[in-house]
Design a protein around this ligand. Structure first.
Ligand SMILES: *[C@@H]1O[C@H](CO)[C@@H](O)[C@H](O)[C@H]1NC(C)=O
Ligand SMILES: *[C@@H]1O[C@H](CO)[C@@H](O)[C@H](O)[C@H]1NC(C)=O
Ligand SMILES: *[C@@H]1O[C@H](CO)[C@@H](O)[C@H](O)[C@H]1NC(C)=O
Length: 537
C-alpha cells in the first residue's frame, strides 16, 4: 500500500473547515447527541438537560393512556402517557385530606383534574422519597392514609382522533428537579413566569408549577402559536403528553377500573416512606430500597423497554427543522457544568432562541418531509462506538497493531492507486448519508456530517501517528468529545434485570457514573447519594 504522509493528513485538518460541506458546526457533538437521544428514554436520561425543541406528530389512532380517580372521560387539558403502566400509577382513588370530610365533593373541572394529577405525582414521590431538606415538597403523608374503600382508580385508554401536532421539549423535561431539566420550559419557553409556589392546598400537593406549565403551554399554543400545536411532549419515567383539548383530539376507547390496593398495601407503601423519611437529616443523601410493589415493577419494565425508542412509530420527529440552544452563540456550560443550563443567560441571550421557537412553530410543520437523521446518527454510532473503545484500549499492544486495525476500518474508503486524505475522510464521513442530502443542508445534516467527519479524520490522523501513547490519547480525546450514550450501556443483563441509570426521582450518583444490571424488582437498591438531590423548589 501507499501510506498517507503525515503532511497530507495535516493539510487535511487545515482544509477540512473549507471542504465541500461548509463551515464547522459549533457544538456539532452536542447537536448530534440531541438527535441521537431524541425519543429515547436512555439517552434523554443521561443527557437530561434538554435545550432543544422539535415539532413531532403522533399519528391518528395511536393509543394513549390516562390514570385518574374519575370514571368519566376527561375534558380540557390533562396528561397522557404512552405506556399504560405509567398512567396506572395515577389510577387511584382520591386521597381524603386528613380532617376533611370523607364525602366532601372534589372541586369541579380543571382544578380537580390538576389536583388529581398532582396527587398522582405525590404518589410517585412518596414511593421514591428523598432526604429531607428545605426543598422537600411537603410534609410526609400520615402513616395510614384515608382511602375511601368504595372508590376506585381508573385507566382511561384514548385514541388520537387526528395526527396530534406537538412540541417536543427534549431531555428529561418532565422531571421536577433543580438540576436543569426544567430550564427549557421555565426559563426559555415561559420566560421565568412559572408559579412554583405550592398554593394553598392544606397538604402541599404535588410538584409545584406543573399545573401552571400545562396552562401556559396551552395558552402559548393558542395565542403565540396560532393553534398550530395541540400540546407538548415531554419525558420523565416514561414519555408523556400535555394535551390541551382532550375532548377535541381524542376518542375514548375504554375506561377500566384498576385493581384496588388494600389498606395493607397502602400501609406497606407508607412504611417504606416512614423509615426513610425519618432517617438522618442529611440533605440529599438517602438509602434504598426505592420503589417496590406491583406498580413500580410494572412501571420500570415498561419504561426501560423504551430505552432505545418510543417504538411502534408512535412519534415522528421533524429533524430537518428544529431549534436548539446549541446552535446559538451563548455559553451553555457555566462553571464547567457537565450538562447545559439556561438559567444564567440574560434576556438578550434568551430572546433570539425564544423567537426561533416561535418561528419554528409558525413556519414549519411536523409532517413536512424530513430525513430521519436519528437513523443516520445511529448508523454512525453503531459502526464506531465499540471500535473506538477497542482502539483506545490496551488490547492493541503496539502502534502497528493499531494501524492495522484502523486500516481494516478505513480501507473501504481508500483508492490504493491514489491516496487522498481529503477524499478519504469525506467518503468515510458520508457513508450513511444519501448522496442527495450531502452538502450544506439543514443543521441536522451539517452536525451529523461534522461528527462523522471528526471521527473519520481522527482515524486518519491516528493511522499516521507513530507513538502508541499519543495515538491512544487522541482516541480518548475523541471519545470524550463524542460523549455517546452507548458507552454507558450495560452488557449482558439477565432476563430479570435492567440496566439502571437515574430516572427522576430515583437513582444515585453511582447509578449515573457507572450503570449496572440490577434486578428489575428492586432496581434502585443503591446506598449512595441521591443523584437528584433535593426536590424542585
Ligand atoms: C365532558 O363534557 C361532556 C359533554 O359536554 C360531558 O357530558 C361530560 O360529563 C364532561 N366530563 C367531565 C369529566 O366533566
Ligand atoms: C421576559 O421577561 C423579561 C424580564 O422579566 C421581560 O423584560 C421580557 O419582556 C419578557 N419577554 C417576553 C416575551 O415576555
Ligand atoms: C459560578 O460559580 C460561582 C462560585 O461558586 C458562583 O458565584 C456563580 O454564580 C456561578 N455562575 C453560574 C452562572 O452558575
Amino acid at each position: 500500500m501507499r501510506p498517507l504522509s503525515a503532511l497530507a493528513v495535516y493539510s487535511l485538518f487545515g482544509l477540512s473547515a473549507a471542504s465541500s460541506t461548509g463551515p464547522v458546526v459549533k457544538n456539532a457533538n452536542h447537536i448530534f447527541n440531541v438527535i441521537h437521544d431524541s425519543m429515547r428514554q436512555w439517552g434523554s436520561s443521561l443527557h437530561h438537560n434538554g435545550v432543544s425543541f422539535f415539532l413531532v406528530t403522533v399519528p391518528a389512532g395511536t393509543q394513549l393512556y390516562h390514570g385518574t380517580s374519575n370514571e368519566s372521560p376527561v375534558n380540557g387539558t390533562e396528561w397522557l402517557a404512552f405506556e399504560p403502566e405509567h398512567a396506572m400509577v395515577f389510577a387511584r382513588p382520591r386521597r381524603r385530606a386528613p380532617g376533611g370530610g370523607p364525602d366532601g365533593p372534589p372541586p369541579p373541572g380543571e382544578v380537580d383534574d390538576e389536583d388529581k394529577r398532582r396527587e398522582g405525582h405525590e404518589e410517585l414521590r412518596r414511593r421514591h422519597p428523598h432526604g429531607q431538606d428545605e426543598t422537600h415538597p411537603g410534609p410526609p403523608p400520615p402513616p395510614f392514609e384515608q382511602f375511601d374503600e368504595n372508590k376506585a382508580g381508573y385507566l382511561h385508554t384514548y385514541a388520537a382522533m387526528k395526527d396530534l401536532r406537538l412540541l417536543y421539549i427534549d431531555g428529561m423535561s418532565a422531571a421536577k428537579t433543580q438540576k436543569g431539566t426544567l430550564d427549557s420550559q421555565d426559563v426559555l419557553l415561559f420566560n421565568g413566569t412559572v408559579d412554583n409556589s405550592r398554593g394553598s392546598e392544606p397538604r402541599g400537593k404535588g410538584p409545584r408549577g406543573e399545573g401552571d406549565r400545562a396552562r401556559k403551554a396551552c395558552e402559548m399554543a393558542e395565542d403565540d402559536w396560532a393553534g398550530r400545536v395541540d400540546g407538548v411532549l415531554r419525558m420523565e419515567a416514561g414519555f408523556e403528553i400535555i394535551l390541551c383539548m382532550f375532548e377535541r383530539d381524542l376518542i375514548p376507547v375504554r375506561i377500566t377500573q384498576v385493581k384496588s390496593r388494600t389498606m395493607d398495601e397502602h400501609a406497606r407503601g407508607n412504611n417504606g416512606w416512614e423509615e426513610k423519611d425519618h432517617g438522618p437529616p442529611d440533605g440529599g443523601r438517602r438509602k434504598g430500597p426505592g420503589p417496590g410493589g406491583p406498580d413500580s415493577l410494572r412501571w420500570m419494565r415498561a419504561v426501560t423497554a423504551r430505552y432505545q425508542d418510543i417504538g411502534a412509530n408512535r412519534v415522528s420527529v421533524n429533524y430537518e427543522n428544529f431549534v436548539t440552544a446549541f446552535s446559538h452563540d451563548v455559553d451553555l456550560f457555566p462553571n464547567d457544568s457537565a450538562l447545559p443550563r439556561l438559567e444564567h443567560l440574560s434576556h438578550s441571550e434568551l430572546k433570539p432562541i425564544q423567537k426561533e421557537v416561535t418561528a419554528l412553530v409558525l413556519t414549519h410543520d411536523a409532517r413536512e418531509s424530513s430525513w430521519n437523521w436519528r437513523a443516520t446518527a445511529d448508523a454512525i454510532v453503531t459502526r464506531y462506538s465499540d471500535e473506538l473503545t477497542y482502539l483506545a484500549s490496551n488490547k492493541l499492544a503496539t502502534i502497528e497493531a493499531l494501524h492495522d486495525h484502523i486500516e481494516v476500518l478505513f480501507s473501504p474508503f481508500v483508492d490504493y492507486s491514489e491516496r487522498d486524505a481529503l477524499l478519504e475522510a469525506d467518503r468515510c464521513a458520508t457513508q450513511f448519508m444519501p448522496v442527495s442530502l450531502q452538502g450544506p443542508k439543514s443543521l441536522a445534516a451539517r452536525s451529523v456530517y461534522s461528527v462523522a467527519h471528526t471521527v473519520c479524520s481522527t482515524l486518519l490522523e491516528v493511522w499516521v501517528e507513530q507513538e502508541l501513547e499519543s495515538a491512544r490519547d487522541t482516541l480518548t480525546g475523541l471519545i470524550r468529545y463524542l460523549d455517546w450514550t452507548t458507552w454507558k450501556e450495560c452488557r449482558g443483563c439477565e432476563v430479570n434485570e435492567i440496566c439502571v441509570i437515574p430516572i427522576w426521582p430515583m437513582g444515585t450518583v453511582d447509578d449515573y457514573d457507572n450503570p449496572q444490571c440490577k434486578l428489575v424488582s428492586n432496581p434502585y437498591d443503591g446506598d449512595g447519594e441521591s443523584y437528584w438531590g433535593g426536590m424542585h423548589r
